[in-house]
Design a protein around this ligand. Structure first.
Ligand code: ATR
Length: 267
């Protein structure tokens, strides 16, 4: 019998760590499966996904820039993907394609792993794009004390905050107050601009970057380190969101800590 096939689709996607992570999970569960990557042109998501499933694919992860196209493409959507307007995990069923978004769950599990309890915490989210959208609902359900969204373009901060009850918003240059947890959800760090907020904003806070880099700390983590009470990049979240996808597909909950340790040696 041939092995079950999984893949991640994106553009660019060759750098993705998902194949490494899922193959490590499969070794734990002693499943025989393959996990590859599919790079399609910007307008090629629908045909790429359809070809993969027509050939017998058992599950697909979706990454940049296709998560909102995947949201439109699937037949059913879970609560997390509806909130995020984005799908990162697709499972074929008899009734049609089910879409999930495991990013928010991934963040919450990684905060738990780090011992950063969100309960009652004053949380500041930097950014109001797709990455921010995916984490607001899970944070609110995690019993945080308060959530504020700060964005360079204030209108987008207001629009995102308005979609949720009790969420505040402000401009990146207007942040005031004290924060227990600050989460970088802007893509700014990717371009070496860590200093998107003043160090005063980050003082004594737990500072989490949704992103990670293979060549050392992210600019946001480097910027925060001087004043934060602790810092983390998003590699743990990447492993946790993958673990949730694996559970959705295969009903098996992998051990994430050992896989994260392996990845730290790799990246
Ligand atoms: P993603 O899906 O990764 O969130 P996105 O939807 O393009 O990507 O959103 C990018 C986010 O990073 C936005 O909040 C953006 O701010 P604007 O809405 O003002 O564009 C933010 N961002 C990107 N570059 C930035 C920079 N140099 N300084 C501050 N914020 C930045």
């Amino acid at each position: 019998m041939s092995a079950d096939c999984y893949a991640v689709i994106g553009n660019p996607v060759a750098h993705s760590l998902s194949p490494l992570i899922h193959r490590a999970f499969a070794r734990q569960s002693e499943d025989s499966l393959t996990y590859s990557f599919i790079e399609t042109p910007p307008d090629g998501f629908a045909s790429g996904a359809a070809d993969f499933f027509d050939a017998g694919g058992c599950g697909l992860n979706v990454t940049v820039p296709f998560k909102s196209q995947a949201y439109d493409w699937v037949d059913f959507r879970d609560e997390y993907s509806r909130e995020a307007g984005a799908v990162n995990t697709i499972k074929p069923t008899q009734e049609g394609f089910e879409g999930f978004n495991t990013d928010g769950i991934g963040l919450m599990r990684d905060l738990e792993r780090l011992g950063w309890s969100p309960t009652g915490a004053r949380v500041l989210i930097l950014g109001a794009g797709g990455a921010a959208r995916g984490i607001v609902g899970p944070l609110l359900r995690g019993s945080v004390g308060a959530v504020t969204i700060a964005n360079r373009t204030k209108r987008k901060a207001r629009e995102l905050a308005d979609e949720f009850e009790g969420v505040d918003w402000t401009g990146l240059d207007k942040i005031e107050g004290l924060w227990d947890i600050v989460i970088n959800a802007t893509s700014a760090g990717i371009d070496d601009e860590g200093a998107i907020v003043t160090r005063d904003t980050l003082r004594n806070a737990l500072c989490y970057d949704l992103y990670y880099r293979s060549d050392g700390n992210t600019p946001f983590v480097r910027w925060a380190q001087a004043v934060a009470s602790a810092t983390s990049d998003g590699l743990g979240m990447l492993v946790e969101q993958a673990a949730e996808a694996f559970r959705i597909w295969r009903g098996y909950e992998p051990d994430t800590v050992s896989v994260l340790r392996q990845l730290r040696r790799h990246v």
